[in-house]
Design a protein around this ligand. Sequence first.
Ligand code: PMP
Length: 392
Amino acid sequence: RFATLTRQPDDPLLKIIGQHAADPRPDKIDLGVGVFRDEEGRTPVMTAVKAAEARLLETQASKSYLGPEGDTGFVQALGRIVIGDAVPSDRYVGLQTPGGTGALRLTAELLARAGVARIWIGSPSWANHAPIYRQAGVEPAMIPCYDLTSQTFDLEGFLAGLNGAAEGDAVLLHGCCHNPIGIDPDAAGWAAIAERVVAQKLIPVVDLAYQGLGDGFDSDAAGARAILAAVPEALLAYSCDKNFGLYRERTGALFAITPDADAGAVVLSNLLALARANWSMPPDHGAAIVRIILEDETLTAEWRDELETMRQRLESLRAMLAEGGRIGTVDLGAVAHGKGMFATLPLSPAQVEWLRDRHAIYMAGSGRINIAGFNVAAVGRFHDALRDMAAN
Ligand code: PMP
C-alpha cells in the first residue's frame, strides 16, 4: 500500500537551517527559524524556567498519569492571566495541549464534530493553519488582506472577504504578533471585527502564540479579550512555547468560551474525547514549569521581567532596522510598526536567493524574517546588503 503514497515536499525552513549550518562565511545571518534569540544568537532557557525546573525535580513525587486534561492547575492559572475578566470563569473551560499546535488541532476537530464546514483565515497566515483545518475536514477559506509594500493590514478587505461567510462558519484570528506579517489590527480594528463576528454569528478561533512579545503582556491580549467578551461561543488556542521559551516542551492550552457552564461541560467532554483519540494525555514537563511559575509571585515577576527584556529587544531591533529607511522596494520604516518576532518583506524568491548567495543572509523564500535573528552588527550588514541589491 505504501507504494500508493506520493513524496511530500520538505519543510522549506528546515532546508534553510541546513544551508545556513553548512555556510562557512563567519558573518552569516540566520533570519529563518522562528525562535527568539539574544544579541549573541542564543535561545537560552529563561531563568524563571530553570528555577521552576529545579523545584520540580526536587518536589515531584510521581510520574503517574494525570489525564487527558493535563495539569489543571496550569490551565486555571493560565486562564486567569490570559482571559482575565473578559469572560466570567463559569463561561469557559480549558485543557492542556501539546503546544499551540495541539490546541489548534483540537479546535479543528471540535469544529468538524460540530458541523462547521469552513474557517476563514486572513492571508498570508502561519503555514500550518490551512493544513491543520483541511486535515480535520474544515475547509480553509483564505482572505488576502496584507500589503507588504506598505506593511499594512487591510481591515476593509478582510471584512469584505467575510461577506462570503455563512452563519456558523469559523474565523481564525491571530491574537497578537501576527505570523508571518507582524501587523495586528488596532483597537478600532478589533472592535470592527468583533462587531462583524457577532452580526454574522461566526465562531472566532483566536490563536495567541506570542503574548508579551508585542506591546506588553496585557495589551497583547486586548484584541483576543475584546473578541471573547463579545460572543457566546469562541475558541482560544494558546502557546507558552515562545513567551516561556519552552519550544520543545510542547506547552499549550485550549480554552472554549460557551454560553453557560452546562454548555461548557458538554464542550469539555468532547475536547477530552478528542484529546484521548489524538495523544491520550499531553506531556507534563512544560505545563508543570509554567504552573510553578504562575503560582509563585517571585517567579512570576522574574519571568515577566525577562519576557519584557525580550520584548524590548525586538522593539529596539525594529527601530534600528527602520533607520535604513526605504531601500529599493523595501520600506524598513514601515517594518518598525510591526510587533513580535516576524515581518515579511516585499522580496521575490530570486531576491531572497540573491541575498543568501551574495551576502549570507538567510530568510524564508516568502521574504519572512525573524527580527530576533538580528543583532546590532547584523542590522548594519542587512542595510548594506539591501543597498547592494537595489544598486544591482
Ligand atoms: N500559532 C502560531 C501563529 C505560531 O507561529 C505557532 C508557532 N510557530 C504556533 C501557533 C504553535 O506553537 P507551538 O510551538 O506551541 O505548537
